[in-house]
Design a protein. Structure first.
Length: 206
């Protein structure tokens, strides 16, 4: 699955109608609803504020609204873009300011879909990947050198806890765990091993 890179907006114009697509990252239905309400409040004078969102690990919770446009001409094509792009935890609101020319059902479907698609392109996406969460514990005398080596090699150090020893929380792509273990053994002469503590989903460059 993928998520958008951040909150943003992108506008297109079709036959003098303005279509402003606002995108945001959300974690559940309530956050999506709150964002939709906020956009509607901001653009209260617009002809329509149509919306679509998908949330959940597999985008399993999804909803769309035509907000007064002919049934199936706005929310559905917006949602189809999110599905086709494999996006989740994403909400889209397309605000339309009517320009005086009717587009017809087919024209509306194309316009609303294009508004979302171009907004996604403009803001960008991230890929959601599963990482192994590992704990690496070292003596204080070795911690500084290991810390530098981890970061220089590009490994994701999410936390460092100093106690009687120093514990590094490291996130490694699932398919790279064996390679990381070999790297760690080489760096420490086999004195330090990584202990698996679970898994975490992270958003990485697409």
């Amino acid at each position: 699955m993928r998520v958008i890179a951040g909150t943003g907006a992108h506008e297109i114009e079709i036959q003098r109608s303005r279509f402003l697509c606002s995108l945001a990252r959300v974690t559940d239905d309530d956050e999506a609803g709150a964002f939709i309400s906020a956009v509607r409040k901001e653009h209260w004078s617009a002809s329509h504020n149509c919306s679509a969102f998908r949330v959940g690990p597999d985008g399993g919770s999804q909803r769309s609204s035509d907000d007064g446009e002919p049934a199936g001409t706005a929310g559905v094509p917006m949602l189809e873009v999110l599905v086709r792009r494999e996006l989740t935890d994403t909400v889209a609101v397309v605000t339309r300011y009517f320009g005086g020319t009717k587009l017809g059902a087919g024209g509306l479907v194309r316009a609303y879909g294009r508004a979302v698609s171009e907004a996604v392109d403009a803001i960008g996406t991230l890929r959601r990947a599963r990482f192994a969460a590992l704990e690496v514990v070292a003596e204080h005398t070795d911690a500084g050198r290991l810390d530098n080596a981890l970061r220089a090699a590009g490994h994701r150090v999410s936390d460092v806890v100093y106690g009687q020893r120093v514990a590094f929380a490291v996130h490694v792509p699932q398919h790279d765990v064996d390679a990381f273990d070999a790297w760690l053994a080489e760096q420490t002469g086999g004195a330090v091993e990584a202990v698996a503590t679970g898994f975490v989903d992270l958003d990485v460059p697409d």
